[in-house]
Design a protein around this ligand. Structure first.
Ligand SMILES: N[C@@H](CCC(=O)N[C@@H](CS)C(=O)NCC(=O)O)C(=O)O
Length: 212
């Protein structure tokens, strides 16, 4: 039995869910809201001391950190392989996963999408200085991903990989900010990929219930 702890609003939870869906694995999403007042319950902190989502439980085996979860799901469970056999293509996949974690999540999601889209929707003003300070890094991320991306249909060519599952939810949010939409216009391969990925059954099925 596979349990994934987290909320459907989280981009990291969605990466794990996309991976499970693309593998064709049955799982239960066990709701944990890390942003609830008082934080997650102690029972969750016993699984993940950093109070981040997601965490995966497979029988008695518990694992957190999304990159580790994605690789575990791919290597341990049935379904199509989501990591390339070719060592250099696999290295590219790992490079993209690392760029997403180290740079893209904070810049594209928090500094641009949350400021430009979420804050005004919730009735507060975006921090324009924060947004404009993030544009240079956002451009660097988009340019790097465009360079690393092959001609499709997936990020690394013909095989859907963990890089697709991890990039899709972040890039989808980023494109909803006007700055993101504009920057993605300069990355045609990435833009085509995102449009294609959005129509996949896995992506449609994992849409957050509250929107976006
Ligand atoms: N390094 C963690 C990061 C996960 C992460 O940041 N998740 C966000 C939700 S998308 C979270 O739990 N945020 C709660 C917080 O920062 O307090 C991973 O790879 O799983």
């Amino acid at each position: 039995m596979i349990e994934l702890f987290g909320s459907d609003y989280s981009v990291y939870v969605r990466s794990a869910r996309l991976t499970l869906e693309e593998k064709g694995i049955d799982y239960t999403l066990c709701p944990i809201d890390v942003f609830a007042p008082g934080g997650p319950p102690d029972s969750y902190l016993a699984l993940n001391p950093f109070a981040k989502i997601p965490t995966l439980r497979h029988g008695t085996f518990v694992i957190y950190e999304t990159g580790a979860i994605l690789r575990y799901v791919d290597e341990q469970l049935e379904g199509p392989a989501l990591q390339p056999d070719d060592i250099q293509v696999r290295a590219r996949m790992n490079q993209i996963l690392s760029i997403l974690d180290a740079y893209a999540y904070s810049t594209l999601v928090w500094e641009i999408y949350v400021e430009r889209v979420v804050k005004p929707r919730d009735g507060s003003a975006p921090d324009e200085v924060r947004i404009s300070s993030a544009i240079g890094q956002a451009r660097r991320i988009v340019t790097a991903l465009e360079e690393l991306t092959r001609s499709g249909p997936f990020l690394l060519g013909n095989q859907l990989t963990l890089a697709d599952c991890h990039a899709a939810s972040m890039m989808h949010l980023f494109q909803q900010a006007e700055e993101g939409a504009l920057l993605l216009k300069s990355a045609p391969v990435l833009s085509r990929w995102l449009e294609m990925f959005r129509s996949r059954a896995s992506f449609v099925k994992t849409a957050p219930t509250a929107g976006d």
